[in-house]
Design a protein around this ligand. Sequence first.
Ligand SMILES: [Mn+2]
Length: 432
Amino acid sequence: MATPRNSLRGFLTHAKSALRAAIDSSQRVTFVIGNESADLDSMSCSILYAYIRSMSPPKTAFTPLYVPITNIPASDIQLRPEYLAVFKHANIESKHLITLDDLPALSDIESKLAPQNTKWILVDHNALQGQLGKIYSDRVVGVIDHHDDEGKVTQETGDEPRVIEKTGSCTSLVTNYCRPAWELLSGSALSSGAAHAQGDSLSADAVVVKRWDADIAQLGLASILIDTANLQDENKTTEHDRKAAEYLEAKVMLCPQLAPTFDRTSFYKEINAAKKDIGGLKLQDILRKDYKQWHQGGQKLGVSSVVKCIDFLQKKAGEEGSAESSDAAFLQALESFAKERELDLYTIMTTSTSAKGEFQRELLLWAFNDNAASAAKQFAKDSSDELGLKDWQGSSIADGSHGNGQWRKVWWQRQVQHSRKRVAPLLRETMT
Ligand SMILES: [Mn+2]
């Protein structure tokens, strides 16, 4: 049976307790999970898909309820100030989010959550990573994503989607996919509400449903706007993004409480400012807050995306560290981050705005052994043109060779349209 129409807050509360009950009594569960960087896009599109789908599940669904999982422990929510800014608009709080803490501990997850009792739909990635990937990859039955197809998800996905297309935001693909079902839901809810309406004014029921729609629409719209710079970044924005953003904005404008004051650009600015407000975080937290890693050719690559320049990170390291210079403190911090994760290659990609107001990117690449160093040098050679890699005139952190087979380099990445979505596959190609 479909989940009754509900607010986002009500849906998440219900899904969280239903998940607990399913684990306790070995019942089936269908998960919708975003990627391990758990950026705004991953969080919002897993929730949007699960919300709409649970209220209109296909007849053959494994379970009628779809549980959205944000791929981080609950304690990591505080590393994402942009979440909190969006939650206010979506009328939910951190405690409503379903995270890895709501799953059994990884040490005994396989016995408490038997793979055959689960199905998984991936959003914003197309290969289940880490420990979950080892146990549940065979149980993945659908995907909506905007990264390069790693070919891991079966072609035959039945009633679940297999949509992998280039867009600014995965939330755009999810919105467009869910739109027909959402329309039916809103239409039926509004007309049943309208049955009680007097004259032309909206019934109380209809107003409530419009508010619920607007809450979830703002959750989705925030991600699309962040991923496309308010639809202004021509390199990222696609027709899918424009169409989805227009649809979601219209949902907000249908809400009588919000329509008079809602302005898309101020909404974008508010969320974007929250996202950049990372000055209060520790350096290690900044490095792990938007982090992904891959195994390839027997090597391990980690990539941190950071919304501030390297200079900011060095100063931060200097304030926190005990080393004699901020350069040394910065390198120590990076090395311990990489060691903790047993990385062969570690990359930091920064985004920032220059004094002249131009969007800019830096790329730091550190190889920790001979094999990794040859991959890194190959990458530098092969990708220099495509990424527009130019020498970075910073400090001593940017020199090439070191003892112990290590190699390190920092560049300006002048072809700024290329995000981690492009850089990570280029790095992985060289790791053989
Ligand atoms: Mn994404």
